[in-house]
Design a protein around this ligand. Structure first.
Ligand SMILES: *[C@@H]1O[C@H](CO)[C@@H](O)[C@H](O)[C@H]1NC(C)=O
Ligand SMILES: *[C@@H]1O[C@H](CO)[C@@H](O)[C@H](O)[C@H]1NC(C)=O
Ligand SMILES: *[C@@H]1O[C@H](CO)[C@@H](O)[C@H](O)[C@H]1NC(C)=O
Length: 382
């Protein structure tokens, strides 16, 4: 092994040991003094802003709608759907972690060309770390500015909540890239997360040109995304909403499905055209339009379908981009099941990468001597 690799390995092991130690401290600490010490001795961490310019206004806790129990067939519904129906009228939640200067303030926010807004549950620490090191780096590329923010909710289980809230706080201090709202981060609350994000953008980053909106298990080739967006006319002031387009589908009525949406939630048999929520691109114009429409549309549990509903109401259409694959196979043939960087180099986004794959692939597509055109398998299956 070369010395450089040894050092990298050492750093990796040290970080891992450090983090494990930290978790251990959290585990063994009931009153907080040990944890406090750990934070206070980290002198490299810039202080978190204690008094944001607009302190979050107090938001009354939203009460459950008990009348939903009257809906016929309610008793037989799965718990998460009952929960959705009880709380779907709740659209305001306190912002527990804010990043008021993410875009340099509202007036300067037009300087941000691409904001990466990545939905991430509190526990997905490793995914966030890898994204920060790879495709989600905040950087200048091709002369334009890329910024990053993770969108998170809270954890229901109080024991985990305490630890994970501390984790997010530390990440926010270290990286300045966490938004956290005080609602339970669950699959059926993703639309709520989306709507709260649009409302945050109105206040903090109204001028951003383009937004990448996606999950934390996708691999987004941000180099290609920038090149693509630089060619889009209007610099964000015109409608743009692209991803993997899904049309002519409707609610899944099978109870076992993750996407099960019963008639008690919608009687409609069809969804408007929408883009798979794993990763999509929209202009600042479209982001703001969706926000305005969302004020008048009830929450719907599937977030990407909800965006389709907002677009439809605004008379705008989603469209497809060949470089975005959020569902289905992620490689064109089984022969390519190995990592072929040439394949990924051409794409904008691919769904379902585990963290280590992101690291390896990000390095691979940036190899200086990567020659594409002829199919060379640079990475053999392990
Ligand atoms: C619906 O539920 C509420 C509260 O549980 C109850 O007071 C009311 O009578 C019910 N209405 C109907 C139409 O069943
Ligand atoms: C509560 O649920 C009932 C039954 O679905 C509905 O008619 C009513 O509008 C809901 N109330 C609120 C505040 O959303
Ligand atoms: C959404 O979040 C609210 C607020 O934390 C919670 O009461 C509700 O149960 C959550 N809904 C789902 C479907 O998880």
């Amino acid at each position: 092994m070369s010395r450089r690799w040894c050092r990298k390995l050492e750093v990796a092991i040290l970080s891992f040991v450090g983090f494990t130690g930290f978790l251990f401290l959290l585990q063994n600490n009931d009153n907080g003094p040990v944890l406090k010490e750990v934070i206070d001795t980290s002198r490299t961490i810039p202080p978190i802003q204690d008094n944001p310019p607009n302190p979050p206004k107090a938001i009354a806790e939203c009460r459950e709608n008990v009348s939903v129990a009257n809906i016929s067939g309610f008793v037989g519904l799965p718990d998460h759907i009952k929960d959705f129906l009880r709380y779907k009228h709740c659209k305001e939640f306190p912002l527990l972690l804010d990043m008021p200067d993410k875009c340099g303030g509202p007036d300067k926010s037009y300087n941000v060309f691409l904001l990466l807004a990545i939905k991430s549950s509190p526990g997905n620490y490793e995914r966030r770390e890898i994204i920060r090191k790879t495709w989600g780096q905040e950087r200048m590329y091709a002369g334009v500015q890329i910024r990053r923010i993770f969108l998170s909710g809270g954890v229901a289980n109080p024991r985990d909540a305490r630890k994970l809230n501390q984790l997010l706080k530390i990440e926010a201090e270290e990286n300045g890239d966490i938004l956290q709202w005080g609602f339970h981060d669950s699959f059926f609350n993703l639309t709520l997360k989306q709507v709260l994000f649009h409302s945050w953008m109105e206040a903090r980053c109204p001028g951003v040109r383009f937004v990448f909106n996606g999950d934390d298990d996708v691999f987004a080739n941000t180099d290609n995304i920038i090149h693509y967006l630089l060619d889009v006319p209007g610099a964000g002031d015109e409608h743009l909403f692209v991803g993997q387009l899904i049309t002519n589908v409707g609610p899944i009525r099978e109870k076992w499905s993750k996407y099960y949406v019963p008639e008690q939630v919608t009687t409609s048999k069809s969804y408007p055209p929408y883009c798979g929520g794993g990763g999509l691109l929209m202009s600042g114009y479209t982001l703001r339009t969706i926000y305005k429409e969302s004020l008048g549309i009830e929450l719907f549990p599937i977030d990407d379908v909800y965006l389709g509903m907002c677009l439809q109401k605004a008379g705008l259409a989603p469209s497809s981009h060949m470089g975005i694959r959020t569902v289905g196979v992620r490689v064109p043939s089984s022969r390519l099941e190995s990592f072929d960087p040439c394949y990924y180099k051409e794409l904008l986004l691919v769904h379902r990468f585990v963290p280590y794959e992101m690291l390896v692939m990000w390095r691979a597509i940036h190899q200086r001597n990567l020659i594409c055109g002829k199919r060379i398998e640079v990475y053999q299956p392990f």
